[in-house]
Design a protein around this ligand. Structure first.
Ligand SMILES: Nc1nc2c(ncn2[C@@H]2O[C@H](COP(=O)(O)OP(=O)(O)OP(=O)(O)O)[C@@H](O)[C@H]2O)c(=O)[nH]1
Ligand SMILES: [Mg+2]
Length: 427
C-alpha cells in the first residue's frame, strides 16, 4: 500500500499575559488591584474534510502557529480568547508524534477533530492574587506557552484513477510526468509488474492519486499476461484512464486495442464498465499519430471524450488532468466488500510522566536547571515586578529545587542557569 507522509510543525498560541494594575479613583491614591487575566491561546485543530484525497496541501505549508490570547488589561478587563486554527486533513489521516512515534489520532469521519497542539491558558492578573493579607499584590502571571511539537501525518492512499491499456502504450511514462512517482519505463512489454502510485496535482490545486497498472492483453480476465491480478486494483478506482497508443509503430490498430481492453474489463467485472472512462490518445508526437487519431475518432463515435497527449513532450497534460479531476468530483465511491472490515484502531493516550526538573552542570561549573514544568513556570513569571519574582522563588522552593541544588553541592553565590537566564544561588 502506498503511504503519503508529511512532517509538520504545530504550535498552539500562548496564553495572553495577566496584568498588574490598580484602580485609580479620585481621592484614593492606591485603589484595589484591577489587572485582568490574559485570554486563552488558540489550539491547532486537525479536522477531517471529506473532499480531500491526499496530503498534497502540506507540501507547501508545514508550519501551523495558532494565535496567542489577548493580554489582560486594566480595569479588570480580561483579554479575549483566540479562535482555534482549523487545519483540514483527508479522511484516513493518522497523526503520529515525531519524537515518540506514538500514534496520537486516527482521523476517519468527516468533521472529526483532534487538537494537535493545545493553546496555553491565559495568565492571571493581579486581582486574582489578592488576599486579606496581601490586598494589593504586584503579582501577575504571563500566559502559559502553547504546546508545540512536530507530528507526522500519514495517509494510506488508494488510487482514485487507474491507468489501463496494452503494454508499452506509455502508462508508466504518463504517471512519471504528472507525479513524483518513478516507475520503470522501457520499450519492451510488461515492464510494469506491480502497480505504481503517484500523487498528482492539477494546476488549479486539486489533487488525486493515480495508479499505473501492468499492461492488459486479450485474455487478461482469464489470467493471461500479468494484468489479471491487477484488475483487482482497478476495481477500487473511480475513474479509468484508458491509454491508447496512436503511434501505430507495432502495426497494432488503436481501435482494436481499445475494444479489446474494454472487453477484458467487462469480462472481469461488469461493474467496471460503470466507471467514468477517459481516453488518453498517447504518443501524438509520432509521425502517423494525427492520422491514426482521426480514424480512431470516427470509429469510437461522438460521445466519447478523447484527450490527445504526448507523455514524451508533455503536450496536452493540463487539460487531461483537469478532466480527470472534474470526473472525480462527480464520481461515486466504489467500496470493496473486503475492505468493509477496516480495523478500528483504538488510540490509547498516555500523558508523559516527567520529573518536574533536572539539574546538570555546565563546563564552567554553573548549575543548569531544565525540565518542562520548571521552564513553564519560568516563562509564566512576570519579572517586571519584584513581588512576582519572589513568588517564583517560592515556587522553586516548593518544587524542591533549592534542596536539590544544595544536595548537588551548590553554595551561596554559585551561578544557576535556566534557559538563557542566570541567578545566584542564595543560602
Ligand atoms: N514517442 C513517444 N514514446 C512514448 C510516449 N510515451 C511513452 N513512450 C515510450 O513507450 C515505451 C513504453 O512506455 P511505458 O511507459 O513503459 O509503457 P507502459 O504502458 O507502462 O508499459 P507496460 O508497463 O509494459 O504495460 C517507452 O519506450 C517510452 O519511452 C510518447 O508520448 N511518445
Ligand atoms: Mg508500465
Amino acid at each position: 500500500m502506498f503511504v503519503d507522509q508529511v512532517k509538520i510543525y504545530v504550535k498552539g498560541g500562548d496564553g495572553g499575559n495577566g496584568m498588574v494594575a490598580f484602580r485609580r479613583e479620585k481621592y484614593v491614591p492606591d485603589g484595589g488591584p484591577a489587572g485582568g487575566d490574559g485570554g486563552k491561546g488558540a489550539g491547532v485543530v486537525l479536522q477531517v474534510e471529506e473532499g480531500l484525497r491526499t496530503l498534497m496541501d502540506f507540501r507547501y505549508k508545514r508550519h501551523f502557529k495558532a494565535n496567542r490570547g489577548e493580554h489582560g488589561m486594566s480595569k479588570n478587563q480580561h483579554g479575549r480568547n483566540s479562535e482555534n486554527m482549523i487545519v483540514k486533513v483527508p479522511p484516513g489521516t493518522v497523526v503520529i508524534d515525531d519524537d515518540t512515534k506514538e500514534t496520537l489520532a486516527d482521523l476517519t469521519e468527516h468533521g472529526q477533530q483532534y487538537v494537535v497542539a493545545k493553546g496555553g491558558r491565559g495568565g492571571r492578573g493581579n486581582t486574582r492574587f489578592a488576599t486579606p493579607r496581601n490586598p494589593a499584590p504586584e503579582i501577575a502571571e504571563n500566559g502559559e506557552p502553547g504546546q508545540e511539537r512536530y507530528v507526522i501525518l500519514e495517509l494510506k492512499v488508494l488510487a482514485d484513477v487507474g491507468l489501463v491499456g496494452f503494454p508499452s502504450v506509455g502508462k508508466s511514462t504518463l504517471l512519471s510526468v504528472v507525479s513524483a512517482a518513478k516507475p520503470k519505463i522501457a520499450e519492451y512489454h510488461f515492464t510494469t509488474i506491480v502497480p505504481n502510485l503517484g500523487v498528482v496535482e492539477t494546476e488549479d490545486g486539486r489533487s488525486f492519486v493515480m495508479a499505473d497498472l501492468p499492461g492488459l492483453i486479450e485474455g487478461a480476465h482469464e489470467g493471461v499476461g500479468l494484468g489479471h491480478q491487477f484488475l483487482r486494483h482497478i476495481e477500487r478506482t473511480r475513474v479509468i484512464m484508458h491509454v491508447v497508443d496512436m503511434g501505430g509503430l507495432e502495426g497494432r490498430d488503436p481501435y482494436e486495442d481499445y475494444v479489446t481492453i474494454n472487453q477484458e474489463l467487462k469480462e472481469y467485472n461488469l461493474r467496471l464498465t460503470e466507471r467514468a472512462q477517459i481516453i488518453v490518445a498517447n504518443k501524438m508526437d509520432m509521425p502517423d499519430a494525427e492520422e491514426n487519431l482521426e480514424m480512431f475518432k470516427e470509429q469510437v463515435g461522438e460521445n466519447v471524450k478523447i484527450f490527445p497527449i504526448s507523455a514524451l513532450t508533455r503536450e496536452g497534460l493540463r487539460d487531461l488532468l483537469y478532466a480527470v479531476a472534474d470526473e472525480l468530483e462527480n464520481a461515486p465511491e466504489y467500496p470493496l466488500y473486503e475492505e468493509e472490515a477496516i480495523e478500528q484502531r483504538v488510540v490509547y493516550k498516555h500523558e508523559k510522566e516527567e520529573a518536574d526538573f533536572m539539574i546538570t552542570r555546565d563546563p564552567d561549573g554553573a548549575f543548569v536547571l531544565s525540565g518542562e514544568n520548571l521552564e513553564k513556570l519560568f516563562v509564566m513569571t512576570n519579572f517586571n515586578h519584584e513581588e512576582s519574582i519572589r513568588r517564583f522563588a517560592r515556587q522553586l522552593r516548593g518544587m524542591g529545587v533549592d534542596e536539590a541544588l544544595r544536595a548537588r553541592g551548590a553554595k551561596d553565590g554559585d551561578i544557576v542557569r535556566l534557559q538563557k537566564y542566570e541567578f545566584e544561588f542564595v543560602e
